[in-house]
Design a protein around this ligand. Sequence first.
Ligand SMILES: Cc1cc2nc3c(=O)[nH]c(=O)nc-3n(C[C@H](O)[C@H](O)[C@H](O)COP(=O)(O)O)c2cc1C
Length: 195
Amino acid sequence: MTLLNDTSSVLAFLKHRKSASAKAMAGPGPSASQIAEILDIAVRVPDHGKLAPWRFILFEGDARAQVGEKFADVWAQLNPTHGADSLNFQHGLFMRAPMVLAVISTAAAHGKIPIWEQQMSAAAVCYNVALAATAMGFGVQWQSDWVAYDAGAKAAMGVKSEEQVAGLIYIGQSTVPLEDRPRPDAKSLLTIWGA
Ligand SMILES: Cc1cc2nc3c(=O)[nH]c(=O)nc-3n(C[C@H](O)[C@H](O)[C@H](O)COP(=O)(O)O)c2cc1C
């Protein structure tokens, strides 16, 4: 038995889903009720051990510029020869979209559940955010960028050193038509064991 009365529209959505580009996004972003709905959908992922090994940090409004100032400071220390354009880009990193939702993996050593499985669950959370926001009509891009890995930038976002940034999900209105990319040939990736 299926959960759905009409699976065809869901399958069509999944077959045609594609990302937008954070380089071409404008407001408005999701409303408070849409954000709540995106988060509810985000946490409905497979999660071995029911550990919920993830959390979220939302950047919108002035917070995007405020964290951007900290990114630019860290960037300047890492790249002392870079000029104003480079610093301005880092300052404006999160201002490219009306909203950036950071999905944080809080995976930690556990007696039964490998860290890898906890991290994969965080990736599923990222994809559910992307699916939910895309289904609402937003343009979405899952990014990482240097700020996901640099200790200073992570601290600026409020990410603990033992946590990982699974995704920085940019959500807004795409200002350009979405472009698809060539997709892998799924059949060529399949081994039928024993055949
Ligand atoms: C973990 C992860 C990190 C990514 N980081 C970036 C990034 O920093 N910058 C970027 O342009 N694309 C990044 N991408 C790729 C985009 O999310 C996206 O896949 C790409 O724009 C093509 O979109 P589509 O295949 O969903 O249509 C990342 C993807 C994943 C899964």
